[in-house]
Write a protein that binds this ligand. Structure first.
Ligand code: LMR
Length: 398
């Protein structure tokens, strides 16, 4: 039955986790997959999460099925986090949200929903984008197109080229995927003014924005990071938002995310949401409960909520501090390349500009694990490895 099948390579990013784990070099450095790490190189469980889990152990009374959307009381948390407490879209019932297995689960449901209900829609993604975006939408038979985004010369956004491409080639009903903040993989975000321009264009062309909000809190703040998304949501008739709790609650393996649909009217939103429910049932039936219960427990307990906000701030400040240190220490090595752009990038990642050859040399000769694209997970840098890392980069770059 399976004789004709050829093995395929695994996901290159996830393969880095295994390669790093198996590397015996005590100096090894993992800057691959996007998980937050503390100065000891551990991906810690947040104190707010630990405390919430203790409360859950003491109070949980059942593990009965929840239904396709997960816990009903979780949806308002998704909406408040994304749009802000008193947003009119929430009050008018124009947004419906479901718990999903991580942000990836949300994107997969969105892809199935688009494929089945908007069959002519093409998905427009930034060049580059998170590698899994393309796989998820292709697996749902949605055509994926690219718009220019990252400018390797200025380390900024090729905004004029981006808009020119969208102007020339998108058609009404196409889906435009934007990263809410902390663009993965580049760390280069759209400015608020650029969100305003894109909002006008989306409305004029009749596009459906799909916003991937996986790193809320890691850029400039939990509220600040949603400024562009909120501006657009308040001015466009329809929107899909896939969000993740993996990073800002540090509950990666618990797989907790959300998919929200915003529509012109409450009835339209409910109708679309019922179809999303069907897509979920046919996909994974219903999401796992644990992560969402953790988030809910924290969200509804004032003491844990403040502790969690402080922990998000601390993670963000640590990463931004590391960015500045990287810039200073790289410059101090006398390396020929100007790395000052790293301090301006935001979120977990930095598109370092290292070539594939340089990345491979760092891996083979120094046990430093960076994605093939040159994307570094800045959170993997620490006081213990920063000098070793900067010296190694200086050696391979020259
Ligand atoms: C990443 O880009 O490193 C994360 O989003 C983890 C993943 O699933 O790829």
């Amino acid at each position: 039955m399976f004789k004709h099948l050829q093995a395929v390579p695994g996901d290159p990013l996830l393969a880095l986790i295994v390669a790093h784990q198996q590397d015996p070099n005590p100096k090894k450095v993992d800057l691959g997959v996007g998980v937050y790490k503390d100065d000891e190189g551990r991906c810690p469980i947040l104190e707010s999460v630990k405390k919430a889990e203790q409360i859950m152990v003491d109070n949980e009374v059942t593990k009965a099925y929840l239904g396709v959307y997960g816990a009903a009381e979780f949806a308002p948390i998704i909406q408040e986090l994304l749009l802000g407490k008193d947003n009119a879209i929430i009050k008018e019932g124009r947004i419906q949200s479901t718990q999903t297995p991580g942000g990836t689960g949300a994107l997969k449901v969105a892809a199935d929903f688009i494929s089945a209900n908007l069959p002519d829609a093409r998905l427009w993604v930034s060049d580059p984008t998170w590698g899994n975006h393309e796989s998820i939408f292709r697996s749902a038979d949605v055509e994926v197109c690219h718009y220019p985004y990252y400018d390797a010369v200025t380390n900024g956004v090729r905004f004029d080229e981006m808009m020119a491409k969208l102007e020339a080639e998108t058609k009404a009903g196409d889906v435009l995927l934007l990263h809410a903040c902390c663009h993965n993989p580049t760390g280069v975000d759209l400015s608020f003014e650029q969100w305003q321009v894109i909002t006008d264009f989306v409305n004029q062309r009749g596009l459906l924005p799909l916003i991937d909000a996986a790193y809320q809190g890691f850029g400039d703040g939990l509220e600040e990071d949603m400024a562009g998304l909120r501006y657009m949501a308040e001015r466009t008739p329809s929107m899909l938002i896939a969000n993740s709790f993996s990073k800002n609650f540090g509950i990666y393996r618990d797989r907790c995310g959300g998919l929200s649909v915003i529509a012109e009217t409450a009835t339209e939103a409910k109708n679309a949401f019922s179809i999303i429910g069907q897509a979920i049932r046919a996909n994974y039936s219903m999401p796992p409960a644990h992560g969402a219960t953790v988030v809910h427990t924290i969200w509804t307990n004032p003491e844990l909520h403040s502790l969690w906000e402080a922990e998000v701030t601390q993670m963000r400040n640590r990463i931004n501090g590391l960015r500045n240190q990287l810039v200073e220490k790289l410059a101090a090595t006398g390396v020929s390349k100007d790395f000052s752009f790293i301090a301006k990038q935001r979120g977990m990642f930095s598109y370092s500009g290292l070539t594939l050859e340089q990345v491979r040399t760092l891996r083979s000769d120094y046990s430093i694990y960076i994605a093939d694209t040159g994307r570094m997970s800045v959170a993997g840098v620490s006081d213990h490895n920063i000098d070793y890392l900067c010296d190694a980069i200086a050696k391979v770059v020259g």
